[in-house]
Design a protein around this ligand. Structure first.
Ligand code: FAD
Ligand code: SF4
Ligand code: SF4
Length: 484
């Protein structure tokens, strides 16, 4: 049934049904149900069709949100899908895991008095429906081009670039050191936020679109960057950031203390049915343990919620700032609290205690002082305020830095002071001719939606580069013929 728009005064905000916390704690399935068709239309119709849509401005992909909301309200879902997929390669993924409260929905003009339009849930609904209805089809380029592009990294940046390049008819090969496609979408982000089948059906679509995947293939070990540059007319580096930041607190080497991504990868692999010795031995299994997670970002939130589902005895999250100043999504904190996680705000680890393995985290209370050069209030330890928190599994979720790519690839790739790849922001080219870069390896640890944006932009720049190269080659050949 077609709905009229501007219904935000009379129709309250309603997210799709959320499963009760007690049920969620027992499994790894996504926590929200799908909208029913009439509910999606009703919620889309709350949009006031702003002349200057702040939601769109604050979406990194500048999705045409008001238009696809209107089409959804009118029941024209096939058109809504066409529009939504024109600017986003993975709308159903972004709809699930974007921190909408900081992006589109946080900037929706009706947010203040009436609560925002549920943009992410409608976006997810449109594309999930498109998959169900068979509207999502493999790419059949209008014409094939002979040039091939090699992409290093099968995360969202590499996959978005691959799709865009394939649409233009390029031959695309993706190399990844993992055995599965998806990067952090598969091995970082847990099932309860993004079920693996959602990523795997995207992989199948790309395979059916004739994108070639070379998995278990680490560039720098199994194939060199020099070989890739010979094989392909252009190369895109989209390798993400994987060097886990650490703490120097005494006792950090004790057994029972692990990097967050090792823990999450083990849990994701176990869920996918792989043999995971570190999980089976109990080392990376939270069952029956007092778990302390250190950090306040997305990774920390995923760790605490995974530990709850594995049957931990208690789960605490230690963060040195307060709730208002944490980098993770507020929605995730709410979900975690509902599921029984205890947040210990304004606390930092001072030492890890234990004889043969960790038994306690000695934490100190923090006071937020004057803003520092970055504008954020500097955390300061409060003297003599320490407490010992019981812990037999400690997970360090302190952020990620890039690996040393110039050394790994044996090239003189230029890097920034943060070790991210230096690119020319107009051409997105690195210091090596014909080698481009996109995603976290350029931005530092960021978001999936930004990786998609970068992948799309890089595909455009690679196309311009290859078109210019082909023209120069043609002109050079013509001049040579003329000279002869
Ligand atoms: P990645 O996804 O990291 O993919 C890089 C790929 O490159 C990997 O597959 C890797 O195996 C491969 N690779 C690396 N080096 C080599 C090499 N030498 N040879 C071959 N292959 C190589 N973002 C959100 O928007 N919402 C969230 O809820 C969210 N949750 C997150 C939870 C966790 C635990 C983490 C760690 C991150 C989360 N993020 C989230 C961030 C998001 O996952 C990343 O910003 C995004 O995946 C970056 O995409 P990418 O393609 O640049 O890199
Ligand atoms: Fe919002 Fe993310 Fe969708 Fe953009 S891609 S509209 S930020 S959910
Ligand atoms: Fe609709 Fe909100 Fe976007 Fe305005 S800001 S167009 S009300 S979704």
């Amino acid at each position: 049934m077609a709905e009229r728009m501007l219904k935000f005064v009379g129709t309250p905000q309603a997210q799709p049904e959320k499963r009760p916390a007690a049920e969620r704690r027992r499994d790894f399935q996504e926590i929200y149900a799908q909208y029913a068709r009439d509910k999606a239309a009703e919620q889309a119709a709350r949009c006031s069709q702003c002349g200057v849509p702040f939601c769109q401005i604050h979406c990194p992909l500048h999705n045409n949100i008001p238009d696809w909301l209107k089409l959804t309200a009118e029941g024209r879902l096939d058109e809504a899908y066409e529009l939504s997929s024109a600017t986003n390669n993975f709308p159903e993924i972004c709809g699930r895991i974007c921190p909408q409260d900081r992006l589109c929905e946080g900037n929706c003009v009706i947010e203040k008095g009436f609560e925002s339009v549920t943009i992410g849930s409608v976006e997810k609904f449109i594309t999930d429906t498109a998959w169900e209805q068979g509207w999502v089809k493999p790419i059949q380029p209008r014409r094939e081009r002979p040039e091939s592009v090699g992409i290093v990294g099968a995360g969202p940046a590499g996959l978005a670039a691959a799709e865009q390049l394939r649409r233009k008819g390029y031959q695309v090969a993706i190399y990844d050191r993992y055995d599965r496609v998806g990067g952090l979408l598969i091995y970082g982000i847990p099932n309860f936020k993004l079920e693996k089948e959602i990523v795997q059906r995207r992989e199948m679509l790309l395979r059916h679109s004739k994108v070639a995947f070379h998995l278990n293939c680490e560039v720098g070990r199994d194939v060199t960057m020099a070989e890739l540059r010979q094989r392909h007319a252009a190369v895109l580096i989209a390798t993400g950031v994987y060097e886990a930041r650490d703490t120097a607190a005494p006792g950090v080497g004790l057994p029972g203390i692990h990097a967050a991504l090792d823990y999450l990868t083990a849990s994701n692999r176990q869920g996918l049915g792989d043999a995971v010795p570190d999980f089976e031995s109990g080392a990376l299994d939270a069952k029956g343990k007092n778990v302390v997670v250190i950090g306040g970002g997305d990774t920390a939130m995923d760790c605490v919620r995974t530990a709850v589902r594995q049957g931990a005895k208690s789960v605490k999250c230690l963060y040195r700032r307060d709730r208002a100043n944490m980098p993770g999504s507020q929605r995730e904190v709410k979900h975690a609290e509902e599921e029984g996680v205890e947040f210990v705000w304004l606390s930092a680890p001072q030492a890890f205690l234990g004889k043969d393995a960790v038994s306690h985290v000695r934490s100190v209370r923090i006071h937020l002082g004057m803003p520092d050069a970055s504008g954020r209030q500097a955390p300061q330890e409060i003297p003599n305020s320490h407490v010992n928190i019981e812990a037999d599994l400690v997970l360090k979720a302190l952020g990620f830095d890039p690996e040393d790519l110039p050394a790994m690839f044996d090239t003189d790739l230029a890097v920034t002071g943060w070790n991210t790849l230096k690119i020319d922001w107009r051409s997105m080219m690195t210091s090596l001719d014909g080698v481009f870069a996109a995603g976290d390896i350029v931005r530092g640890a960021s978001l999936v939606v930004w990786a998609v944006r970068d992948g799309r932009d890089a595909a455009e720049r690679i196309h311009s580069y290859l078109t210019a190269t082909a023209l120069m080659t043609a002109n050079g050949a013509a001049l040579q013929v003329a000279a002869e």
